[in-house]
Write a protein that binds this ligand. Structure first.
Ligand code: ZN
Ligand code: ZN
Ligand code: ZN
Length: 259
């Protein structure tokens, strides 16, 4: 059976870990898994590579993890920790010598246009190398990238509706504090679930780890990996406390699922 690969480019919450100026045990840890860039993943299948979100460290993430080709970009939502690396996409335009499709819902495209309107205009030849060349694709239901279906999963991030995605038997649901009942129906039979699991303490716009574990148990994926991790969760110590099928993800980790 065909497989897809997910590469974690970042697994950290919006401040990143280590946080600026914090001397806690996790922010000063020598475990490489306790260094977390802002969240992004690359999904690969056949000869296609899709980037989900463009966080502030995008350039360093791509250089570190050997990401040198992208066919399309998909956005979960328009928060700063998910979009602020957008300008680095210009390197992928230069490498492919052509435009890149950017899939997002209406609200996220509005934010991208406010912050990076120049990136969606047809570039003149003189500035072709110095700014991105992106093409808006609006998500209003399932869509295809290179013949593979991407199903948007409606999630609530506090009061804000945001998107998760299902591709084959993989689902990626970052930045969520509540999964609507109708979205659970789209998450049946998963190989791999990636889910927001910020910290043990309750939070208004993210699942706490207890809430994430309960949601993951209801979904029942073969394997669940938590992301958008804050500095309250040391990687090794937290993993020892989790159920067998669940772990914290780590920057640079790859995982495979049926397509
Ligand atoms: Zn976020
Ligand atoms: Zn800290
Ligand atoms: Zn967010």
């Amino acid at each position: 059976m065909a497989q897809l690969e997910l590469l974690f480019l970042g697994t950290g919450t919006s401040a990143g870990i280590p946080m600026i100026g914090c001397k806690c045990d996790v922010c000063t840890s020598s475990d490489p898994c306790d260094r977390r860039n802002r969240v992004s993943i690359r999904v690969s299948y056949h000869n296609t590579r899709v980037l989900v979100d463009t966080p502030p460290e995008l350039r360093l993430q791509c250089v570190t993890h050997g990401v040198d080709w992208i066919d399309a970009v998909v956005y979960t939502h328009g928060h700063a920790d998910h979009i602020m690396g957008l300008d680095d996409l210009r390197r992928f335009n230069a490498i492919r010598q052509g435009p890149l499709d950017v899939f997002a819902d209406l609200k996220t495209h509005d934010v991208l246009t406010q912050c990076f309107g120049y990136a969606f205009r047809q570039p003149d030849p003189a500035s072709r190398l110095f700014r991105p060349h992106l093409v808006r694709r609006f998500i209003d239901g399932p869509f295809e990238i290179a013949g593979v279906r991407w199903t948007p999963i409606r999630l609530l991030h506090g009061d804000s509706p945001v998107l998760g995605f299902r591709v084959g038997d993989l689902a990626y649901c970052t930045d969520v504090s509540r999964i609507p009942d109708e979205s659970y129906a789209l998450l049946e039979g998963l190989d791999v679930l990636v889910l927001d699991g910020l910290q043990w303490k309750r939070h208004t716009t993210h699942f706490s780890l207890d809430e994430a574990i309960a949601a993951a148990q209801r979904i029942g994926a073969r394997q669940t990996l938590f992301t958008h991790i804050a500095h309250g969760l040391g990687h090794a110590a937290t993993n020892r406390l989790l159920p067998d099928t669940m772990r914290l993800a780590c920057d640079g980790q790859t995982v495979h699922a049926n397509l």
